[in-house]
Design a protein around this ligand. Sequence first.
Ligand SMILES: [Zn+2]
Length: 121
Amino acid sequence: MNLFFGAALAKALGDAQEKMDKEAFAANREKMVTGETKALRDQVERLCMLNQAMWELVSEKLGLTDADLEKKAVEVDLRDGKLDGKMTAHPVRCPQCGRVSNSRHKKCMYCNLEFEGTAFG
Ligand SMILES: [Zn+2]
């Protein structure tokens, strides 16, 4: 084996090893992401089931209807200023006491002033 061939072979082996390492890393990562995604999906499904059970219990005990729930959902959805099915939290300054609360709350957590619709923020 001449010197040039030996060096070329060593480089080819090194490259092949590096390629295999990268592929193994990518496969491991994909397996991990798939596992995390499945765990999150399972959690969401469990939360949906518990949410449904909670709603059925509350509606039976308090005589509330799906229309009541829908109305409340729209009210809560609009607290962040957007009707988008999400509750994006952002800081809101209370017009009464000037302190900063979170947009998820219906009232100022310091002075209890009830925030109105989207008029704050
Ligand atoms: Zn306040």
